[in-house]
Design a protein around this ligand. Structure first.
Ligand code: ZN
Length: 343
């Protein structure tokens, strides 16, 4: 419990362990990067291996051999974006979403209540309420509808969490909600206020965090921060690039995740104290320096840029491992280097 409450008062960066693994890393390697919390994807785990199997195996933490913190998303963001973009067949109404997985053709239902049940079976420490996430660039009327539904669903999630499981008090788990309102700071503020009146352990900035020019939506993010209590989780979902994390932290957010860190590592884009290093560039072929001279990760302590370049070019899996270890170590140092006490 004490550990989880650190999420309200310190900065954390969570890599994405989408299906219960951070790609190319063992759990031991993951820990050695300084990672203390991970985020897993409820939708992927719902489809495979399924929440009942995970529960029978003792939960995702036992399966992974992970004693750190696990946050699950609600599954809504992926389902709704797949349905909205017509990549998956499905429908959305007042009760949630029904959809068909193209992987094995099964039909699933995601409601506020079932989303909580699935996250409980996965064995998450920090749960997220189902929210009505839509496309970017919404007309105000549609953004308003999304806010109304998000608030209703958040209330249903909390009621179900308390009635079925005894809430935070009995489970020791935290329940966070998602603030919607698209690009309208007034709607963001209203959504935040109403969610605060229901009461959650954390408030996550949902929807799109960058605009069409890839700039952080600072006005909207500030409108949310200005209306939520300080002693809560303030999660900027999907943020982001190192400079965006610093900016979001400056205005009051303390929890972050992005797929960029691990995905970029796999594509040879490495973050360093001297800026970005593209390890696949031919200029790296004879570079005997480590990826980052100021980094003591397994990659930088033992290998040169030239060796990593050679292994990447030859598709060696260990190159992906070393690049991921480096990028995650860099991010964890960045996050812990922020002032120890949150604003
Ligand atoms: Zn390194």
């Amino acid at each position: 419990m004490n550990d989880l409450n650190r999420l309200k008062n310190e900065y954390f960066f969570m890599p994405d362990a989408t299906r219960g693994a951070v790609r190319y890393l063992t759990t031991k390697q993951l820990k050695e990067t300084g990672t203390e919390a991970i985020v897993t994807n409820t939708l992927h785990l719902l489809i495979h291996p399924g929440p009942d199997i995970i529960q029978k195996l003792g939960g995702i933490k036992k399966m992974m051999g992970w004693d750190g913190i696990v946050l699950t998303d609600s599954g809504g963001f992926q389902v709704f974006s797949l349905i909205h973009s017509k990549k998956w067949q499905g429908s959305i109404d007042e009760d949630g979403a029904k959809f068909k997985s193209p992987r094995e053709g099964n039909t699933y239902e995601l409601t506020p209540e079932s989303s909580i049940d699935i996250q409980m079976k996965i064995g998450s420490d920090v749960l997220v309420t189902l929210d009505d996430c839509r496309k970017s660039d919404l007309e105000k009327e549609e953004a308003q509808e999304s806010v109304e539904r998000t608030i209703k669903w958040a209330k249903r999630c909390k009621d179900h969490f308390e009635k079925e499981y005894g809430g935070t008090k009995k489970t020791g788990k935290l329940l966070t909600c998602v603030v919607q309102g698209a690009n309208y700071p007034d709607l963001r503020a209203r959504c935040a206020k109403e969610l605060v009146s229901i009461g959650f352990d954390g408030y996550n900035f949902g929807g799109f965090v960058v605009d069409n020019d890839q700039k952080l939506v600072i006005d909207e993010m500030s409108a949310v921060i200005g209306n939520i209590p300080k002693d809560t989780i303030r999660y900027a979902m999907g943020v982001g690039k190192p400079e965006d994390i610093l900016e979001a932290a400056r205005i009051g957010y303390n929890l972050f995740d992005t797929v960029l860190v691990t995905r970029n590592a796999r594509h040879g884009t490495l973050y360093t104290s001297q800026g970005i290093v593209k390890i696949n560039n031919s200029s790296m072929a004879l570079d005997e320096k480590p990826v980052d001279q100021n980094c003591d990760c397994e990659c930088c302590s033992n290998y040169s840029r030239a060796y990593l370049h050679h292994m990447m070019k030859n598709g060696e899996a260990v190159a992906q491992t070393l690049a991921t270890i480096h990028n995650l170590t860099y991010y964890q140092k960045l996050i812990k280097g922020l002032t120890p006490v949150c604003p």
